[in-house]
Design a protein around this ligand. Structure first.
Ligand code: HEC
Ligand code: HEC
Ligand code: HEC
Ligand code: HEC
Ligand code: HEC
Ligand code: HEC
Length: 422
């Protein structure tokens, strides 16, 4: 019995150590005063940065939140020029990515000031993601990502509680044993036994195997882990959130929709008019690329696809070989989703469903596109009926039905193409 107590002592020491490190790691990220940080951020950074969208510099919410090395971040914010001069690879990459726009030096900010700014940015970004305000262009988070954190935390909670219960029981047994030994006036065996345990590993394993409580605990942990893994896997079957295939032409939304601010409608006009948003034909690209970047091999892919010869400026349709864009968003055929119903009628911005497209070099699927995702938004989003012909029609029909008038299906919208056609 004493051996069991010893094994547990060692085991719990290890667990405490790991927990301690985890807690330290957590506080290292979370320290800093967000209220002070907000004032500093507004005074120093808003000229070039916003939390959620790109301005002269990157959108700081996602970049600062995903950066794990706070020491590097502090160095960058205090003196990015020094990092660039020292040819720090990460700094050079960012610098070149932003066309060497150059950020100010803030040597006046102490480490504490910077920690406050970082805390503010992370907190604010978290808030924006938690509460997707209608109208927030990019702060809206994907509203559902399968199994909730609650379930996972619940499982961890159960494991921790089981462990504590076993620990307490074991303490009680240990105390009782000591009492027993004292009562019988037996010599108390002390730490030598610990040595013995270390020497004979095989014996330890055998003892563990004989300890029913410990074996039960290990099996419990194992089955809970397996169970939660199976749960997560099943939830995510056929969910392609994050899917980001390589496209045949390195077309960048960050450049065209972000930096150049070309309206989504210019290329995806269907998104406001019909069920499908549609991918633009390459002729739309030619409005500019007949003259822009004509030397680029990427642009020559457009020319080849259209059978266009830049030398003669003539099209030869026999040489055309259409570009096969890789489709990213794809609902199963049995689900009917209509873009215009959501964008034009519902007034929902593309970014609420597609994420910050205008910052994507390569498009990825931002939302899970699960049924739960559709339904959750329908439950939470208020319909705006004011000044909307459809709802005004509905109200007038409602009044006429009350009066006892006869109503035809056509008046209910039964001649709209979309009611019968996909
Ligand atoms: C004069 C404009 C300007 C100001 C003011 C400015 N920045 Fe920047 N910042 C930039 C630019 C531009 C970049 C992109 C890198 C480059 O070109 O040097 C950048 C990059 C960054 C990055 C790196 C992002 C990444 O991708 O990892 C961080 C972090 C950052 N800025 C934080 C801040 C903070 C915090 C402040 C306020 C104390 C601030 N910046 C003030 C222009 C500015
Ligand atoms: C200059 C034309 C152009 C503009 C402007 C543009 N796009 Fe695109 N978009 C494309 C092309 C071409 C593709 C297909 C290649 C790709 O996925 O990058 C595409 C793909 C997409 C996709 C993925 C389609 C799929 O396969 O599921 C989404 C979503 C999207 N665009 C949304 C937007 C939004 C939102 C905006 C406005 C912020 C926008 N686009 C602006 C040309 C454009
Ligand atoms: C409104 C004008 C306009 C339209 C429309 C447009 N582009 Fe562009 N595109 C530009 C400009 C400007 C650049 C940047 C040139 C530069 O870097 O100096 C560019 C750059 C590019 C590049 C990068 C070329 C390189 O080698 O750096 C690619 C690839 C590209 N566009 C593809 C497309 C495709 C595909 C379409 C159609 C879906 C399209 N563009 C539509 C104006 C346009
Ligand atoms: C309410 C959520 C929602 C909004 C808002 C939304 N989309 Fe979509 N989008 C989707 C879904 C869902 C799909 C997949 C449709 C399918 O597979 O039938 C999709 C598909 C697409 C595609 C792929 C081609 C297609 O038509 O299926 C493009 C491009 C696109 N969206 C662009 C846009 C643009 C541009 C806007 C803003 C004008 C926009 N979307 C607004 C949910 C949305
Ligand atoms: C960002 C929020 C949001 C998401 C996500 C969303 N919807 Fe909607 N949906 C709306 C709103 C708002 C309306 C009401 C538009 C209106 O008529 O004013 C609506 C209306 C509809 C309607 C018409 C309902 C009716 O009573 O006529 C259908 C059908 C629909 N959505 C299907 C879908 C499907 C399928 C998905 C998932 C692929 C989806 N929606 C995802 C917000 C959303
Ligand atoms: C009440 C249901 C309904 C409405 C509303 C409706 N259609 Fe149809 N449509 C049908 C049916 C059923 C067919 C197939 C029988 C046929 O070809 O006559 C059809 C066939 C068609 C066809 C022929 C397709 C083919 O392959 O031969 C076209 C084109 C068409 N509809 C367009 C429209 C347009 C455009 C609208 C809106 C102005 C519309 N429809 C509204 C029910 C409807």
């Amino acid at each position: 019995m004493r051996n069991i107590s010893l094994i547990f002592k060692q085991f719990s020491r290890a667990v405490l150590l790991v927990a301690g490190f985890a807690a330290m790691g957590y506080t290292a990220q979370a320290q800093g005063d967000a209220t002070k940080g907000e004032a500093l951020f507004k005074a120093n950074c808003t000229a070039c940065h916003k939390i959620d969208v790109r301005m002269t510099g990157p959108a700081l919410g996602p970049t600062i939140t995903s950066e794990t090395d706070d020491k590097w971040l502090t160095k960058w914010i205090q003196n990015n020029q020094a990092l660039i001069a020292a040819k720090d690879p990460k700094a050079l990459k960012i610098y070149n990515e932003y066309n060497q726009a150059g950020m100010n030096v803030f040597t006046n900010l102490s480490d504490g000031d910077v920690a406050n700014i970082i805390a503010y940015v992370r907190e604010d970004w978290k808030k924006m993601q938690a509460a997707p305000a209608p109208g927030a262009a990019t702060g809206a988070a994907a509203e559902d990502s399968g199994p909730s954190n609650m379930v996972i935390f619940g499982l961890i909670g159960v494991i921790v509680i089981a462990f504590i219960v076993i620990l307490v029981l074991n303490k009680v047994i240990g105390t009782l044993e000591k009492l027993l030994i004292k009562k019988e006036n037996l010599p108390v065996e002390e730490e030598e036994e610990e040595e013995a345990v270390k020497v004979d590993r095989l014996a330890t394993v055998k003892k563990i195997a004989k300890n029913k409580k410990l074996v039960f605990f290990i099996i419990l942990c194992g089955s809970l882990a397996m169970g939660s893994w199976a749960w997560v896997t099943m939830w995510n079957t056929n969910v392609h959130q994050g899917y980001q295939p390589e496209q045949p032409i390195k077309y960048s939304h960050e450049l065209h929709a972000g930096v150049m601010k070309i309206n989504c409608q210019y290329c995806h006009g269907g998104a406001y008019k019909s069920k499908n948003a549609s991918i633009p034909s390459l002729n739309v690209c030619m409005n500019c690329h007949k003259v822009v970047k004509t030397e680029s091999p990427e642009i020559h892919k457009i020319y080849d696809a259209l059978g266009y010869d830049p030398a003669t400026q003539k099209y030869d349709s026999t040489k055309a070989k259409p570009i096969q864009w890789v489709r990213i968003h794809n609902l199963p055929d049995f689900a009917y989703f209509n873009h215009s119903q959501h964008t034009k009628v519902g007034g929902i911005e593309c970014q609420r469903c597609h994420g910050p497209i205008q910052t994507m070099k390569q498009v990825y699927q931002y939302s899970p596109l699960t049924m739960k995702w559709c339904i959750q938004c329908h439950k939470r989003t208020n319909v705006n009926g004011k000044g909307n012909a459809y709802y005004e029609n509905l109200i007038s029909i409602h009044d006429r039905i009350k009066k006892g008038d006869k109503i035809t299906e056509a008046e209910m919208g039964g001649t709209e193409c979309g009611k019968c056609h996909y």
